[in-house]
Design a protein around this ligand. Structure first.
Ligand code: PLP
Length: 491
């Protein structure tokens, strides 16, 4: 493809993307395809000779689009949103156009310089302490692919920091702390690094939040057994229910365990820190005063196209001392002088995408107020859904709603005074039927979860085009499927 052919194909691509967005609302959210569908349409070998791009572009429309789940659809309420804005999309396009893996400052100064500045913008937006800013020269922020990578990097840094302080400690005694509600990123870090993971139980009556006493008991027990807990992955806004670990209590415990690194995973809920009214319930002051590292994903609820995970550390040396390997071919004058950030030493890979460009475009395009407006609107829409559930005959909240997330289940009102109260297992059966009915639909998407054995359904608001009408429609569908499930339920 030459430059003029690219110009033509590019204009067509933008036209088609605009048409896609105009038609999004009329599409199914969930595709009607079966596993293996694509093999019927696409050859199993690449072509011997290059094909005309028009044919390739048309095949995208014909075979790929029908197999997509539309995460930007206004009735997509599953998992968490993965934001997509035109500003972010254009950022990705420009970044793709230069395909620049700016791993060292000198390999592309603008990539490093922009990331350094924009990470401070993002820290300011979320109210993070200046201690985490790149401008501090001590702490700093870096873009990672995902919250899982951010956590892995934090664990690697914490382990190397702990081993420096306690060189006598054996690797097999090191323990990563999580809770039963921590995203699988905690267990995965243990798996990848060959480290033990201890998952602390949390209770429904505590809204599934980690409490200080449970943490203290686990730490004391491990100490007696000679184990060495070196990092706690605390969560501000868990995946299942949006639970927030009790940071003030964790902070008190951490005072007695100064070698314990505290990593805060706020992958989705962290975006709500942009609005000052959410800061105290998300314990921002505690995060600012004692967390060693903090992660939030702009690619979830932060309007930036996937991927864009922000990781801040209080002391950048913990990253570079754990991850700096500099063969001669990577040495540079500026790196040797220590006057620049070489981001390759702040993450696992060498090369890195130019992600700061889309973050910069989005933060400029929306401004702080536009960003706040979007977050507030999602929270209001979720509250609208909560209000409907609270007035429902058959549906109940399973936990306190959290920001833009509601977890609920079918709990039918007794149809007669003689009707026996259903057992927990029977209610779970009912809710599985209910979720089975919801997930067989193509016009809406929600996800399931289990809270200490209680089967529930989650609704997460976040798609940029969701309106009150979509929330009402979601509620009507949910209510209808609940009634249908109750009818087929063999109590
Ligand atoms: N942490 C939390 C609290 C999440 O909700 C999620 C995903 O939903 C993750 C981590 C994983 O994010 P990523 O895909 O960026 O690793």
């Amino acid at each position: 493809m030459d430059i003029e052919q690219f110009r033509k194909a590019g204009y067509q691509a933008i036209d088609r993307i605009c048409d896609y967005y105009y038609s999004l609302q009329d599409r199914d959210v969930v595709p009607r395809v079966e596993p293996g569908y694509l093999r019927e349409h696409i050859p199993l070998q690449p072509p011997e000779e290059g094909e005309d791009f028009q044919v390739i572009a048309d095949d995208y429309q014909k075979f790929i689009l029908p197999g997509l789940t539309h995460w930007q659809h206004p009735s997509f309420f599953a998992y968490f949103p993965t934001a997509c804005t035109f500003e972010g999309l254009l950022g990705d396009l420009y970044a793709g156009s230069i395909s620049n893996p700016g791993f060292n400052w000198s390999s592309s100064p603008a990539c490093t310089e922009l990331e350094g500045i924009v990470m401070d913008w993002a820290a300011n937006l979320l109210g993070l302490s200046p201690a985490f800013h790149n401008a501090s020269g001590v702490g700093g922020g870096v873009l990672q692919t995902t919250a899982s990578d951010s956590a892995l990097v934090a664990v690697v840094a914490a382990r190397s920091n702990y081993q420096r302080e306690h060189p006598e400690v054996k690797m097999e005694d090191l323990v990563i702390y999580t809770t039963s509600q921590t995203h699988s990123l905690g267990a995965k870090a243990g798996l990848v690094l060959g480290l033990q993971v201890r998952s602390i139980d949390v209770k429904l009556e505590d809204q599934l939040s980690m409490r200080g006493n449970a943490l203290r008991e686990a730490l004391e027990e491990d100490k007696q057994l000679g184990r060495k807990p070196f990092i706690l992955i605390a969560t501000v806004g868990t995946t299942s229910t949006g639970a927030v670990d009790n940071m003030p209590e964790i902070r008190e415990v951490a005072k007695d365990h100064p070698s314990l690194w505290i990593h805060v995973d706020a992958a989705w809920a962290g975006m709500a820190l942009a609005c000052p009214e959410n800061r105290s319930k998300l314990y921002l002051d505690d995060i600012n005063s004692f967390a060693h590292s903090f992660c939030a994903n702009f690619h979830k609820w932060g309007l930036v196209n996937f991927d864009c995970s922000t990781l801040w550390v209080r002391d950048r040396r913990n990253l570079t001392e754990a991850l700096d390997i500099t063969p001669v071919f990577l040495r540079t004058k500026q790196g040797d002088a220590g006057t620049v950030i070489d981001y390759r030493n702040w993450h696992l890979a060498l090369g890195r995408r130019f992600r700061s460009l889309k973050l910069w475009f989005v933060l400029r395009g929306f401004g702080v107020q536009g960003f706040q407006k979007y977050i507030r609107r999602c929270i209001e829409l979720n509250q609208q859904f909560v209000n409907l559930i609270e007035f429902s005959e058959d549906l109940s909240l399973a936990t306190q709603p959290s920001l833009a997330l509601t977890v609920f289940r079918v709990v039918p009102k007794p149809r007669s005074p003689e009707q026996a109260t259903p057992s927990a297992e029977s209610l779970n059966d009912l809710n599985r039927i209910f979720y089975g009915r919801l997930s067989a639909r193509h016009d809406i998407m929600l996800t399931q979860t289990s809270l200490n054995g209680m089967f529930c359904v989650r609704l997460a608001v976040g798609a940029a085009r969701t309106t009150e009408e979509h929330i009402r429609n979601a509620y009507n569908i949910v209510e209808k499927e609940a009634k249908a499930a109750i009818e087929t339920w063999d109590q």
